[in-house]
Design a protein around this ligand. Structure first.
Ligand SMILES: Cc1cc2nc3c(=O)[nH]c(=O)nc-3n(C[C@H](O)[C@H](O)[C@H](O)COP(=O)(O)OP(=O)(O)OC[C@H]3O[C@@H](n4cnc5c(N)ncnc54)[C@H](O)[C@@H]3O)c2cc1C
Length: 396
């Protein structure tokens, strides 16, 4: 069945001339939004300029809200079947002190998961296809169609062969990441921005002995260990943006190991014994909130709201906002879209401000511990939002 849906998702056939919704971007935000809209009866086309089942630049720790949604959408069984390690505790290391938080069984979830993006995004696309979404890869959004009043009325899409398709739709959703073409084309404004950006290097190792998520902090450095698929662990290292050159040094591997040994010596020894792996790097980007909707368009995921990755909450945000947006589009009014933006911002503001404060690296260990407690409270509120009856009955 999975192979069948995978093949359907990869097929390159021309789009029809009209849809209820065109979603640009087929990763966590886009695939979840498209799937939910199709389940609510909308005719949905989803396009991505990339390829089916590929990786992207991201570590991949999911928080409880995301796992609750994957469970509710019946995608979690496939995540577990993909040999994704269950995470049953999170441990925060503040210098020599540590605090462990067990993952209590609640809301249908007894573990967290951190599937690789080529697993999670593919499974969400498969679920979207199984729900009736038409998916085209290798197709890029090039422009938008507009009515005489300026309302967005469709998308101009270009395939790899250069063929251009004009597709009309009631709504175009930009789920096309932080450098969103949709946001640029509609002129969406940034009305809140962060001040700090961190740089990250990460790789994946087998055979490491870690007990769930492990997050390490010393002044000026942070690291994480994230169990993922097939027994591998993602190890990441984060430095303040101003220290970028320390991380992306001429000898990047050596810089990674030298800095990792300062923040997480035991983990660093294990990584050194396991041998070299390919490292991937993110130079950093300050967070932002963009206007999330207008006549005939909306933004979801990083396209509309981005924050520094060091609190590992972007995918969880994206899935939450996919549900809020699908609900608003289904309601079919400008007021519902305005409410989507209000709810997104209300649910995100604590995460955004606290993440920016952690990303500043201007904290003592006791201060960063308090910031993590603020994050934990915001996550509890987020889960309460996601288990409201309004959602639990709607999207099965
Ligand atoms: C280093 C790093 C580590 C991170 N770690 C975590 C973590 O541990 N946990 C977590 O929750 N989050 C993490 N994040 C954040 C997370 O990666 C993002 O929040 C998430 O990827 C947002 O998903 P999205 O679907 O909105 O956008 P994206 O994943 O960026 O997907 C956008 C898609 O749009 C497509 N696209 C773009 N333009 C066009 C176009 N014009 N036409 C057609 N298609 C287009 C792209 O090909 C892409 O597939 C991390 C991010 C980084 C950079």
């Amino acid at each position: 069945m999975r192979l069948k849906t995978a093949m359907r998702a990869s097929q390159a056939k021309p789009p029809a001339s009209s849809y209820n919704v065109v979603v640009v971007g087929a990763r966590c935000a886009g695939a979840a939004t498209a799937m939910l809209l199709a389940r609510a009866g909308h005719r949905v086309l989803m396009v991505d300029r990339g390829r089916y089942g590929t990786d992207t630049l991201s570590t991949h720790a999911l928080m409880r809200g995301a796992v609750v949604q994957l469970h509710r959408w019946n995608v979690l069984p496939a995540v577990i079947a993909a040999d994704t390690t269950p995470v049953r505790q999170a441990t925060f290391f503040y210098g020599d002190e540590s605090v462990s938080v067990p993952i209590a069984p609640r809301d249908g979830v007894d573990a967290l998961y951190a599937p690789r993006r080529y697993v999670l995004d593919r499974l969400l696309v498969d679920a979207a296809v199984a729900s009736g979404v038409e998916v085209l890869y290798g197709v890029r959004l090039e422009g938008l169609q507009r009515s005489t009043t300026g309302r967005v009325t469709g998308a101009v899409l270009e395939g790899e062969s250069g063929a251009v398709h004009h597709v009309s739709s009631d709504m175009v959703v930009g789920a096309d990441g932080m450098r969103s073409t949709v946001a640029r084309l509609v002129g969406s404004t940034t009305y809140r921005a962060g001040q700090h950006a961190t740089a990250t290097l990460y790789g994946h190792w087998s055979g490491l002995d870690v007990a769930g998520y492990e997050w390490y902090f010393v002044p000026g450095l942070s690291a994480g260990a994230i169990p993922t698929n097939a027994g591998e662990v993602c190890v990441s290292l984060t430095v303040p943006g101003a220290e970028l050159t320390r991380l992306f040094a001429h000898q990047t591997d050596e810089a990674f190991h030298a800095l990792l040994s300062q923040v997480a010596p035991g983990l660093s020894d294990q990584v050194a014994r396991a041998g070299p792996r390919r490292l991937q790097g993110f130079p950093g980007h300050v967070g932002f909130f963009r206007q999330a909707h207008g006549p005939g368009w909306a933004l979801v995921g990083d396209a509309g709201y981005f924050k520094d990755p060091l609190t590992a909450h972007g995918i969880t945000d994206a899935l939450r906002d996919a549900e809020l947006l699908a609900d608003a589009i289904d309601a079919g009014s400008g007021d519902a879209l305005a409410e989507y933006q209000e709810q997104r911002d209300a649910a995100s503001l604590d995460f955004f401000q606290t993440t920016d404060a952690i990303a500043s690296f201007r904290w003592t260990l006791s201060e960063v511990r308090l910031l993590h407690e603020t994050m934990a409270k915001a996550m509890s509120r987020e889960v309460k939002l996601l288990v409201q009856p309004r959602f639990t009955g709607s999207w099965a």
